[in-house]
Design a protein around this ligand. Structure first.
Ligand SMILES: Nc1ncnc2c1ncn2[C@@H]1O[C@H](COP(=O)(O)OP(=O)(O)OP(=O)(O)O)[C@@H](O)[C@H]1O
Length: 462
């Protein structure tokens, strides 16, 4: 009768006859059985294959009785993979060493010479343990994600304009359904905020909200980031890893900058969404996933479809519901509310007594074009709150600063008074201006990733 064999075993023992016999017997019961006489090869073997159970001899000839070499290799194995399951092979009558080894992290031991049936029972139990260790690790990943999510403060979504009211209305209608939502809008218009609001108001709100910024992942890592990988699937794959799809299981997956996903991967993403299962890189075993997908981009996806840069069938999967967030310059009536909101927030944070934005400042803000949208407004107010010594903010608190009047500032400074940081600032401003605050394009021009551009914007207060 054919048994459903699973589990990869590695046996390390310096007795070749024992290895041969064990392999012949165990191959009938497990998916893969590798053997090796030289424990020195353990690290390489473990990088190349993800073993479920390692059967390790405690007494190599070099140090026959004390098991010291066995202890050394046990440590090394656990160092390489802390969830490795190691079963020791010990000589008859050496139970004390075995007990000590179990205290140090081994799972179980078998006595030499062994009875095949007993060995089998021990290995099956070890395999079960391995499976639950892997599950626990996945749960830990999910938990981590949940904690990170809780750490982030949910900020109120401000917007009285008709266009924002329409957005709120759509969120209310779709949140409770499992429909995929595509959010379109320029940088800083609040796409992520809306995605979180959809999650918070959905039936999945107790589960994880997992966000992935596809704009800051190099294309070689896209696949493993989204779908996970098996240890050894590529050079840096040191451990089995669940991808974002698995981490978001039962919750919401937010794919930001979806327009950046390479054509080759679009097909895999589509298949994943259609079949509701992911296949980790380096495996061919599909894992079922249950996610609600919210995606966002500042790119013109519909145009990209016409230009054959984005698959139409994928777009139709993503945009069951489409939400278009208007740029701030098209809803200037929201500026007073937003200004009050951020002034209150930062006054509290920096313990200042700033009550509001004066009328002149509001008017001035309503004339500015805000290429970086609400993010730019938020940062400008934060800076003004820190710097101002007034109770009511005035235009000069925001608009005399370099960041909102870049054109004039740069012409005035001569290069010899600049340091590298100053030059960097100027280049960043120029790139942002040139691309109308479009972070991805500015980053591309500067040769930076989006996340490192964001880091610089934060650091320089731009
Ligand atoms: N309507 C709003 N009310 C209050 N704060 C807002 C609003 N919209 C955006 N913000 C704030 O502006 C900042 C940028 O928003 P968010 O990150 O959601 O924008 P985004 O469109 O996802 O940006 P990007 O495309 O650059 O990733 C955040 O700090 C967010 O809290």
């Amino acid at each position: 009768m054919k048994e459903n064999r699973s589990g990869k075993l590695l046996i390390i023992d310096d007795n070749e006859d024992l290895l041969k016999a064990a392999k012949i017997f165990l191959k009938r019961h497990f998916e893969q059985v590798d053997t090796e006489t030289n424990p020195g090869l353990l690290p390489i073997l473990m990088v190349n294959e993800q073993y479920d159970v390692i059967l390790l001899d405690m007494n190599f000839t070099k140090d026959v009785s004390s098991g010291q070499e066995g202890f050394y290799w046990l440590d090394r194995i656990l160092e390489i993979d802390s969830s490795a399951v190691v079963v020791l092979i010990t000589a008859y009558g050496d139970v004390t060493t075995a007990v000590k080894a179990i205290k140090e992290g081994a799972t179980d031991f078998v006595l030499k010479p062994w009875e095949n049936e007993k060995l089998l029972a021990t290995l099956h139990a070890a395999l079960k343990l391995r499976k639950s260790k892997i599950e626990v690790n996945q749960l830990k990943d999910q938990q981590q994600q949940l904690l990170q999510d809780m750490d982030r403060k949910f900020k109120d979504i401000i917007g009285h304009s008709a266009s924002m009211q329409k957005v709120f209305d759509t969120i209310e209608r779709v949140a409770a359904t499992d429909a995929n939502v595509l959010i379109l809008g320029e940088n800083g218009t609040g796409k992520e905020l809306i995605a979180r609001a959809i999650h918070r108001n959905s039936k999945r709100h107790r589960e994880a909200f997992v966000g992935v910024d596809l704009g800051s992942i190099t294309s070689s890592l896209f696949e493993s980031e989204l779908f996970g990988h098996k240890k050894g699937a590529f050079t840096d794959a040191k451990e089995d890893r669940a991808g974002r799809f698995e981490q978001a299981n039962k919750g919401t997956l937010f794919l930001d900058e979806i327009g950046n996903i390479p054509m080759a991967l679009q097909a895999k993403l589509l298949a994943t969404l259609q079949n509701r299962e992911v296949t980790r890189v380096g495996t061919n075993k599909p894992i079922p996933v249950n996610i609600r997908l919210v995606s966002a981009t500042n790119m013109a996806l519909h145009t990209m479809v016409h230009e054959h840069k984005f698959r139409q069938d994928l777009l139709y999967r993503l945009n069951t519901i489409e939400i278009v967030l208007p740029p701030l310059r098209e809803r200037m009536e929201d500026i007073p509310l937003l200004a009050d909101h951020f002034i209150e927030m930062y006054s509290k944070k920096y313990q200042k007594d700033i009550r509001k934005a004066g009328e002149a400042l509001i008017k001035r803000m309503q004339k500015y074009h805000w290429p970086g949208n609400i993010r730019e407004l938020q940062h400008s107010i934060e800076r003004a709150v820190i710097m101002s010594s007034r109770n009511v903010l005035q235009p000069e608190d925001l608009f005399t600063q370099n960041h909102l009047a870049p054109e004039k500032q740069e012409e005035l400074v001569s290069l010899e008074h600049l340091n590298i940081e100053d030059v960097e600032k100027i280049l960043i401003r120029k790139a942002l201006q040139k691309h109308n605050g479009h972070i991805t394009r500015a980053a591309e021009e500067l040769g930076l990733t989006r996340s490192s551009l964001y880091r610089r914007l934060e650091r320089y207060g731009l």
